[in-house]
Design a protein around this ligand. Structure first.
Ligand SMILES: [Zn+2]
Ligand SMILES: [Zn+2]
Length: 95
């Protein structure tokens, strides 16, 4: 693969790859894998994006600190999900 193409691919990596994936066990900076572990996924698992957003940004929607899961009226969001606003801010921090 020519270096120029490789560079473009790297630039398009999702910033959530900077954290390990709790869903498929991918290590930092490694792509998520399909369930059969035979195929690399172009996008991280939602749980990885949530984990990354939790460790990168505080949440403007529910006002929690770094590494604290989002909640809605005191109940944690399903599956450790984060508010969309938090994910958006995490993307700005990473950019
Ligand atoms: Zn994954
Ligand atoms: Zn939140």
């Amino acid at each position: 693969m020519p270096d120029s193409i490789r560079h473009v691919l790297r630039a398009q990596q999702h910033p959530a790859r900077s954290v390990p994936c709790p869903h498929c066990g991918a290590k930092e900076h490694r792509p998520c894998m399909s369930r059969s572990k035979t195929r690399q996924l172009s996008q991280p698992h939602p749980g990885r994006i949530s984990a990354w957003a939790r460790s990168t940004a505080v949440c403007p929607a529910c006002q929690v600190e770094l590494d604290v899961p989002c909640h809605d009226g005191g109940r944690a969001l399903h599956d450790g999900a984060v508010h969309p606003e938090r994910e958006a801010i995490a993307g700005e921090v990473a950019a």
